[in-house]
Design a protein around this ligand. Structure first.
Ligand code: CAA
Length: 379
């Protein structure tokens, strides 16, 4: 057993780390305050070939492995978690859906441009009454000649209003429950699709989150993704990979919070000495450092499985809930270590805390992840 990264992986991680420090981190605070969509960051990622890291070169990607993509998500999220979620949804839910389940024509139309960062992808599964119970979605799809007609609402859609193409899940027959759910590729300017106002959120302020409203939205029949009734399995299998991405995002946020806490503990003086001298602070730092290492092992192990096409449902859910619960804990602890300054918007740690919260909620709440793990180990 070898716990060290290969030379190639170490080099990749270093490249992403420097990119995140030099190109993404400097504007993260400003974007968090203004709420401006980080288009410039996405362009930089695209120029470096980071918008399609695990996508084969023949489809316009970098042709690297999933592990490298996970390193990139971790480092980008350490600098700016808003940019991290946009990249995660674009790659592991957006591009992968078409790469894995699209026709040759769909791949030619979308994958190359998505992987190059010329288009942005998004994923529309959740609805007002179908969050954790994704199988209960109500958006309807019916065939009408050479089109499908979509009616319904999707909520909490990451990159809504900014994305060029949405992977949308709708039911053709609610009686069939999850087996009636079908996936479609919906272009942003499709008549009958409107975008709701931007949600006012606690964190990830620079990412765009809106409702999608489908009103007699006519989608060309060739935009059916996979087979009629095959959509739920597509969603679930994509989420296996997506959750590893969110786990990496959690890892990045946790690392940022731990780095800031270590730095501050060594410089902040109280009672004529750095607060790092006090055991109360040392124990917090020791616990965080230990749990961060454990989270990293879980996340990288899940990515290792994915790269080898080994089953990864259990590994992804374990990594997702462990790493994102840690991100939340690390954010809260960083604020506590900073004391009054931690509560101020002058310092970045309250951003880490706010950004961490949603990682415990989206791509399946951490309660749903525990259900997935329990089902897997009880099989
Ligand atoms: N891979 C492939 N197929 C799978 C699967 C997987 N991981 N998990 C389940 N399936 C299949 C099952 O085998 C089953 O197939 P059959 O019909 O042939 O029997 C079918 O899917 C239905 O499975 P379940 O009976 O297990 O379905 P369920 O209704 O009990 O739901 C659940 C299971 C795990 C609770 C699921 O609903 C779930 O994951 N909920 C959370 C929703 C979620 O993650 N939403 C994320 C939104 S996207 C997002 O957040 C992006 C963003 O913006 C950041």
């Amino acid at each position: 057993m070898d716990f060290t990264l290969s030379d190639e992986h170490r080099m990749m991680k270093q490249v992403f780390r420097e990119f995140a420090d030099n190109e993404i981190a400097p504007r993260a605070d400003e974007l968090d305050k203004s709420g401006e969509f980080p288009r410039e960051n996405l362009q930089k990622l695209g120029r470096e070939g980071h918008m399609g890291i695990p996508i084969p070169e023949e489809w316009g990607g970098a042709g690297a492995d999933f592990m490298s993509y996970i390193f990139c998500l971790e480092e980008v999220s350490r600098a700016c978690a808003s940019t991290g979620v946009i990249l995660a949804v674009h790659t592991s839910l957006g591009i992968y859906s078409i790469l894995y389940h699209g026709s040759q024509e769909q791949k030619e139309r979308y994958v190359t441009r998505l992987a190059a960062g010329e288009m942005l992808g998004a994923f529309a599964l959740s609805e007002p009454e179908a969050g954790s119970d994704a199988g209960a979605l109500r958006t309807r799809a019916r065939r009408d000649g050479d089109h499908y007609v979509l009616d319904g609402n999707k909520v909490w859609i990451t990159s809504a209003g900014e994305a060029d193409v949405y992977v949308v899940f709708a039911t053709m027959d609610p009686e069939k429950k999850t087996r009636g759910i079908t996936a479609f590729l919906v272009d942003k300017d499709t008549p009958g699709l409107t975008i709701g106002p931007k949600e006012k959120k606690m964190g990830l302020i620079a990412s765009s989150t809106c409702e999608l409203i489908f009103d007699e939205c006519r989608v060309p029949a060739e935009n059916l993704l996979g087979e009629e009734g095959g959509g739920f399995k597509i969603a679930m299998s994509l989420l296996d990979g997506g959750r590893i991405g969110i786990a990496a995002q959690g890892l990045g946020i946790a690392q940022a919070a731990v780095d800031a806490s270590l730095e501050y503990a060594k410089t902040r003086q109280q009672f004529n000495q750095p607060i790092a001298n006090f055991q109360a602070i040392q124990f917090k730092l020791a616990d965080l450092a230990t749990e961060l290492e454990a989270a990293r092992l879980l996340v990288y192990r899940a990515a290792f499985h994915k790269d080898r096409d080994l089953p990864c449902t259990r590994e992804a859910s374990m990594a997702k809930y462990f790493a994102t619960d840690l991100a939340m804990k690390a954010g809260i602890e960083a604020v506590q270590i900073y004391g009054g300054y931690g509560y101020s918007r002058e310092y970045p740690v309250e951003r880490f805390m706010r950004d961490a919260k949603v990682t415990q909620i989206y791509e399946g709440t951490n309660q749903i992840q525990r259900i997935v793990v329990a089902r897997e180990i009880l099989k």
